[in-house]
Design a protein around this ligand. Structure first.
Ligand code: FE2
Ligand code: FE2
Length: 134
């Protein structure tokens, strides 16, 4: 499974779309690195970069939620927090066990599926809220 940007994911609020696009790109890099069987160090460095980027993006998005007084912001922030923990677990698992077929499956399930659902569905609700006048 791979992840590809969909134009319908644009929500047109601040830098969110650009960041989402960059996130999707980083996840594709990660999947490609796994598929190519890149060295453990390279995969780890893409994974580390991604986890850092995710944190920065969530901070920015939550700041936008506050600025617009988005009513679902607490619930949304909880989803971000859970995901940040999942990514941390993936990093730890990779550090301990290295690359494996199971790890790729886990990446697809925990990272790719979550991001597609979150960017393509959950984050959309904020865009709809802002467009409807906040
Ligand atoms: Fe987002
Ligand atoms: Fe979000």
């Amino acid at each position: 499974m791979s992840i590809k940007w969909q134009d319908s994911w644009n929500i047109e609020v601040g830098e969110i779309d650009n960041q989402h696009r960059a996130l999707v790109e980083q996840v594709s890099h990660l999947l490609e690195a796994c598929k190519r069987g890149d060295s453990r160090q390279e995969v780890a460095s893409v994974l580390n970069f991604l986890s850092q980027y995710v944190k920065e993006h969530f901070r920015y998005e939550e700041e936008q939620h506050r600025l617009y007084n988005y009513p679902d912001r607490d619930e949304h922030a909880k989803l971000h927090k859970n995901f940040t923990q999942e990514v941390k677990k993936l990093q730890e698992r990779f550090e301990n066990e290295g690359f494996s077929y199971q790890f790729t499956i886990l990446l697809n399930r925990k990272l790719v599926d979550w991001l597609i659902d979150h960017i393509g569905r959950v984050d959309q609700k904020f865009g709809v809220f802002v467009k409807s006048g906040g």
